[in-house]
Design a protein around this ligand. Structure first.
Ligand code: SER
Length: 309
């Protein structure tokens, strides 16, 4: 399945679940001085996550164009891009964790046809800075989901817990970096496993360490993140928001890596037009080329779409 069909399937899936499809906002944020560019689908929705009524209701979904300048130094590897589309759905004080995690699972396993064995989960381990404990509720829901598939999802194996550096989300990043008034919360990410049999980890510079979903070796790729935006940082610490929200985002290019089983996002249909155009101009092929040469191709393929926005 190609990128355009995948995007449409996602939007149809959430429309069937009573979400209103909203347009992608401008890459340059309006009425938001916290960042230079729109870097996630939730950013234009912050006032509504904080309780203001959204004109389209409490269930929203879209595909938002995003730009993350902080990833620019990483561009050139197989998966980092500064500009990307993010598939997103939101509950503005409507449904909770159970529906969200069930729906993420349904999207990837039923709509995208990804085998359950290829999927791994991470959840928040809890920490003292936020005073928020380990996400037992998410663990329980995931274990029930895997049990239905005939799989036992043990914590430390199929489900991994990480601290705030990996499983807490806010626009500003980790809890310490959040200014007063900023909203955020624990999250649960879903990873696609390219497979131990490929020996990706063993050939990487992390080969002497244990491999796990957040390992940088590239065996696993994060394809979606469900953030439970339930807290606001105040002078007194973290306090629960009156409105409990869900903020889901999945980079469309990353999703295509799992759907098309490509270890390189630049080989997916997300970059097909640009890749083919560059191949025409240069008379060379991207796939099968030398790794050093690919770095230049990737930088151009990444920077072109953002420049055109
Ligand atoms: N805001 C979260 C992210 O950008 C999920 O949408 O990853």
């Amino acid at each position: 399945m190609k990128m355009n069909q995948t995007r449409q399937k996602f939007l149809n899936y959430y429309q069937e679940k009573k979400h209103v499809i909203i347009p992608s906002s401008s890459l340059v944020p309006e009425n938001d001085a916290t960042t230079l560019f729109t870097s996630s689908g939730m950013q234009p929705l912050v006032p509504y996550l904080m309780g203001e009524k959204h004109p389209e209701g409490t269930r929203l979904a879209n595909s938002q164009k995003c730009f993350r300048s902080n990833d620019i130094e990483e561009v050139g590897d197989n998966r980092h891009t500064t500009f990307f589309e993010m598939l997103g759905n939101w509950s503005l004080g409507d449904y909770g964790k159970k529906e969200q995690l069930e729906w993420v699972w349904g999207f990837f396993t039923k709509e995208m046809g990804i085998a359950p064995e290829k999927l791994y989960i991470t959840v928040f381990a809890g920490d003292e800075t936020t005073g928020v404990g380990r996400d037992e509720e998410a663990i329980k829901i995931w274990q029930e989901i895997f049990a239905r598939e005939g799989m036992e999802a043990r914590v430390g194996e199929r489900i991994r817990t990480y601290g705030a550096e990996k499983n807490w989300w806010s626009r500003s990043g980790e809890p310490e970096k959040m200014p007063e008034g900023e909203i955020g919360g624990p999250d649960s990410e879903i990873f696609y496993d390219f497979g131990a049999e490929l020996g990706i980890h063993e050939r990487s510079k992390w080969k002497d360490e244990e491999c796990h979903p957040n390992c940088d070796c590239g065996r696993f790729i994060e394809i979606g993140n469900s953030v439970f935006i339930e807290y606001v940082k105040t002078a007194k610490g973290f306090e629960p928001l009156a409105q409990k929200n869900v903020d889901y985002g999945g980079g469309l290019g990353r999703v295509m890596m799992a759907v098309e089983k490509k270890q390189d996002v630049f080989e997916t249909s997300a970059f097909q037009l640009l890749r083919e155009e560059m191949e025409k101009i240069t008379g060379r092929k991207y796939e099968g080329g030398a790794e050093e040469e690919k770095v230049g191709w990737r930088v151009i393929m990444d920077h072109m779409p953002a420049g055109g926005m």
